[in-house]
Design a protein around this ligand. Structure first.
Ligand code: RP5
Length: 165
């Protein structure tokens, strides 16, 4: 199975990324977790994304806050799909990172999830990997079903407790 990389601009982003780490673990996807900064270690960022495909990665997840250029900087050096997570690390509450991540120029796509949307980033990465992995595809379908079952159970419970018709 292809690997996923979770790359963050600073170790201060790590708490935001815990749901992505947990989700990939639950799904049995091999992944690495790295701190690489577009601004503070630009050469490492370029080197990482240039070699990622040869190293067996299938998707890169890039999380950064403030002037968040990490996802774009990684995308600049690979044709692997890059998923950007804008992190709410500043007084602008992540809007700065959202705009920096999502507003890529034509020709250099970054699939941007919600501010602090680490879980969806991991699920989207899993869905991409699942295109060529039937076992993972089955796991994702099961996950969707258990999610629906949980909502229906809550509906039944709340309906029973509060409705008066
Ligand atoms: C970004 O700046 C990082 O991704 C982080 O979200 C933010 C703040 O970094 P630190 O100053 O906490 O290292 O590059």
């Amino acid at each position: 199975m292809k690997k996923v990389a979770i790359v963050m601009g600073s170790d201060s982003d790590l708490p935001t990324l815990k749901p992505a780490i947990e989700t990939l673990k639950e799904l049995g996807i091999p992944f690495c977790v790295r701190v690489i900064s577009a601004h503070r270690t630009p050469e490492a960022a370029a080197q990482f994304s240039k070699s990622a495909q040869d190293e067996g990665f299938g998707v890169l997840i890039a999380a950064a806050g403030k002037a968040a250029h990490l996802a774009g900087a990684l995308a600049a050096n690979t044709i692997l799909p890059v998923i950007g997570i804008p992190v709410s690390a500043s007084k602008l509450d992540g809007l700065d990172a959202l705009f920096s991540t999502v507003q890529m120029p034509a020709g250099m796509p970054v699939a941007t999830v919600a501010i602090d949307g680490a879980k969806n980033a991991a699920l989207l990465a899993a869905q991409i990997i699942a295109l060529s992995d039937e076992g993972l595809s089955a796991k994702l379908n099961e996950l969707r079903k258990s999610q629906s079952d949980a909502v229906m159970a809550k509906d039944a419970q709340i309906n029973k407790e509060y409705s008066n018709i």
